[in-house]
Write a protein that binds this ligand. Structure first.
Ligand SMILES: Nc1ncnc2c1ncn2[C@@H]1O[C@H](COP(=O)(O)OP(=O)(O)OP(=O)(O)O)[C@@H](O)[C@H]1O
Ligand SMILES: [Mg+2]
Length: 240
């Protein structure tokens, strides 16, 4: 089966080639662990190196700030957008947080808007960064599951390979914020910041990947001035 490479070499080795086409994964981790950077590399590489129309939906960070921050890693998002295969949108959810309205209809509107862009631009790779607000807006666990499933199923049915990001609480071993997200998605990749002496060492692990073999070890990664680099042969705690 042909896989969809993320373009992050070490991560693709952990994923035995990449993600399964049309499937979605949750990328979770604590604040500042590199979720947005990894997610951006997936869609940016998709558009620039693999010729796949790609979409990045930023729901928490403004589009302008994201473009500026990612520019520091050498990702020229304006140029990529101008070339036509890379699309970046700031969702209406930003407005929702601003006014602290809790309107379920906004979540459904957002899903509808994403669907329209995916169809009109023939999008193949999608990032939703992040799903925290979306799940927070839904009151009950059942509604959270249903909203996420509606988003994930819509993207899968349109053939999109998707990364959904989710911020986890510091120091937790939980895979997601609400504990429902990991059951909806096809795969889960978790980022950890593990304290070793006076520093935090970043670790990445593929916790679940339906229908695909993958590395089971926690590997070391680094955020560099060119983006995230994963070291697929270095284990977090040495040899076991
Ligand atoms: N040039 C750089 N070199 C090394 N590290 C950097 C560089 N630029 C940013 N960083 C690191 O990257 C982190 C931000 O990464 P990113 O925004 O991808 O994380 P995130 O998990 O999405 O964060 P958040 O929870 O805020 O959404 C910064 O906190 C910083 O530690
Ligand atoms: Mg982020």
């Amino acid at each position: 089966m042909i896989k969809i490479p993320t373009g992050i070499e070490g991560m693709d080795m952990m994923l035995k080639g990449g993600l399964l086409p049309g499937r979605n994964i949750l990328l979770s981790g604590p604040a500042g662990s590199g979720k947005s950077t990894i997610a951006m590399q997936f869609v940016y590489n998709g558009a620039q190196h693999y010729g796949e129309p790609s979409l990045y939906v930023t729901l928490e960070e403004s589009k302008e700030k994201l473009i500026e921050d990612m520019g520091k890693f050498g990702f020229d998002l304006k140029k990529a957008s101008a070339m036509g295969k890379f699309h970046i949108v700031g969702g209406p959810m930003a407005k929702v947080t601003h006014f602290m309205q809790k309107v379920d209809a906004d979540v459904l509107n957002l899903i509808g808007e994403i669907e329209e862009i995916v169809k009109s631009e023939g999008i193949k790779r999608v990032v939703i960064d992040s799903i925290n607000l979306l799940t927070m807006l839904m009151k009950t666990e059942r509604e959270k599951r249903e909203a996420l499933a509606a988003l994930a199923n819509m993207l899968s049915s349109l053939g999109c390979t998707t990364i959904l990001t989710s911020e986890t609480e510091e120091g937790t071993m939980k895979l997601s914020r609400y504990g429902v997200e990991e059951f909806i998605v096809d795969g889960v990749v978790v980022l950890y910041l593990v304290r070793q002496g006076s520093r935090f060492v970043p670790g990445i692990v593929v916790r679940k990947m339906r229908g695909s073999n993958h590395d089971k070890e926690i590997r070391v990664y680094k955020i560099t001035d060119k983006g995230v680099v994963v070291y697929p042969t270095e284990t977090m705690f040495g040899k076991i």
